[in-house]
Design a protein around this ligand. Sequence first.
Ligand SMILES: Nc1nc2c(ncn2[C@@H]2O[C@H](COP(=O)(O)OP(=O)(O)O)[C@@H](O)[C@H]2O)c(=O)[nH]1
Ligand SMILES: [Mg+2]
Length: 243
Amino acid sequence: MRLSVVIPSFNEARRLPSTLIEIVRFLEGHPRWRPAEILVVDDGSSDGTCAAARGTVLTVGITLRCLVHDHNRGKGAAVRTGFGAARGEAILLCDADMSTPIEELEVLAGTLAGAVSIGSRAIDRSRIERPQPKYRDIMGRVFNLAVRLLAVPGIRDTQCGFKLFPGDLGRSLAAAQRIDGFAFDVELLFLARAAGFTIREVPVRWRHVEESRVQPVVHSADMFADLLRIGWWRLTGRGRGGG
Ligand SMILES: Nc1nc2c(ncn2[C@@H]2O[C@H](COP(=O)(O)OP(=O)(O)O)[C@@H](O)[C@H]2O)c(=O)[nH]1
Ligand SMILES: [Mg+2]
């Protein structure tokens, strides 16, 4: 299996079908990524997300699996489930809303060679086609500043939902990762770096998509609390065999 595409999905019955069509079409046109599997992780959705995903028309060399949590456990937990089940040599983590078009996989892969390649909105802002609302942009910048100070120095945007991991690393991260909520990206990068992997931040096309599952106040508080946990792990040596 060349590629696993992991899509954490919470109530995505409406957005997923067109996303899956785009992914399948891209894979058809790029044989070097096949055989490929798409793993939709339905995180306790109540809107028939899985049924909507299963309606996708597939072609040779492309499979789709839907993994289901019986209740909502959080995006980080869903990613853990997806990475643990992924069989690909490379694993693409991709949001259901396609804020970054799937074609950008080629841009991430251009730099892969054993590294983690992450889509970024902070390096070349001219690649942002539709910016997010100002307040979200500011919240994102503040969060990323705290990330650089506390957890993963040097990375300017940890939160873009488009990241490519070497498959074996992704599977071992699934076994190690603990954070269930939206700060899981930071933990993945922290652990990858502690394991000796280079993280490459790559400017990708990105467009804000209305309708977010992220509630600014509640989720920011959780994310900062989790960020402090990661900072603590960094100080006390977790990830370097410190348990
Ligand atoms: N598994 C899981 N995924 C979630 C949850 N909340 C959001 N997501 C997924 O995370 C991705 C990004 O969510 P979105 O609402 O677009 O957030 P935003 O663009 O970051 O504001 C989508 O694929 C969502 O389905 C959750 O509680 N659990
Ligand atoms: Mg989004």
